[in-house]
Design a protein around this ligand. Sequence first.
Ligand code: ARG
Length: 457
Amino acid sequence: MWGGRFATGPDAIMEEINASIDFDQRLWRQDIRGSLAHAAMLAETGILTREDVDVISAGLKGIEAEIEAGRFTFSRALEDIHMNIESNLKDRIGLAAGRLHTARSRNDQVATDMRLWVRDALDQLDEQVADLQLALAEKADTYAGAVMPGFTHLQSAQPVTFGHHLLAYVEMLARDRGRLRDARERMNESPLGAAALAGTSFPIDRHMTAKALGFARPTANSLDSVSDRDFVLETLSAASICAMHLSRLAEEIVLWATPQFGFVKLSDKFSTGSSIMPQKRNPDAAELVRGKAGRVFGALQGLLTMMKGLPLTYSKDMQEDKEGTFDAVQTLSLCLAASAGMVRDMQPDLKTMKKAAGLGYATATDLADWLVRVLKMPFRDAHHVTGRLVGLASSKGVGLEKLSLAEMQEVEPKISDEIFAVLGVERSVKSRTSYGGTAPANVKRQAKRWLKQLAKD
Ligand code: ARG
């Protein structure tokens, strides 16, 4: 490609370190799409003749069909996807192929290809996150009133409902989608026509190619156009946050599925057995979702580190943006699919969850609130009295509801037997009617709101 300046070819090791075709061949669709738009613009502006461009376009479409059919041979000697396609074009149509690269460089070409690829990836991830939200919202709707323990510090805190817990993830995922969409919005500008770095002396029409490729506008600065990879970084950071959310959900599923918790049963489809212990049902899918988050974070960290010292504009280091990005997107996509499948199949054990909800004096706050509401006690005093009652129950090894009225009145004489009503877990969740609280009626309303919203998206 640059034989004019070189007397010998590259060393074998040079070829190996330099070639990106093994991984960037997946950009072939984007590369051909960009070239078709560029060629059409070159004809429209009179930079190339219509005849040349017709031949070029037909050639590119031929290549597209051949790659699609799996009959194209990619060559390492031709380095990357751009040169593999251009060289094949030359074999097909001869001289005119060399004219396609007028007013363009691989620098703006690869930046364009990457943006097109990342944009599709963002759209696909958004759809998959929405599907996981749907799976969660459907379960939440079914189990809006199913009482389970709510934890802080992984210690019993207050009863909540399973639906409420699942909807917490729906909210997190909604913000993840917001981040993916923001990234898409910001990155949707066309670098094509920035050429190597400085722009070009040919009378190109960058607005035309931008429009043809579905970009909102061309990028405004040619140096920035070929240097920028923050659109990839933004995508990876949104992907990392989402992977972190999936990992937390996966961790909870792992815990819930243990015999000790016993809150949910995972389906056979998302569990594995042990080769030695016949009783085992392992939550491998959840563990892998948790584990694979590391790869997504790694891609982000790798790219940040790779970019941080690069002077403007393009440096070959930037070729290293691809493998991590492709892997991170594929990994997150797989984790989203596995999470949605697991959630859809997972069966909660309502009795076990409800029983667990009462452990650890989880209704102590309800008792304190009763002292405030009914006896008009200041909350701090109520906290103290309740603490003593919990201490008493604990010393007897029973739950609060098992203390007799007489025993309670020894701690606080004004307590009446009305208090027993607030000590049940059902009653506790029902009372949490504040906006965003766990009362089943609230949860039902929120689940319905999400189901409606997700049907629209
Ligand atoms: N394969 C290269 C990459 O992925 C394409 C751009 C090459 N540009 C250059 N000036 N060598 O970054």
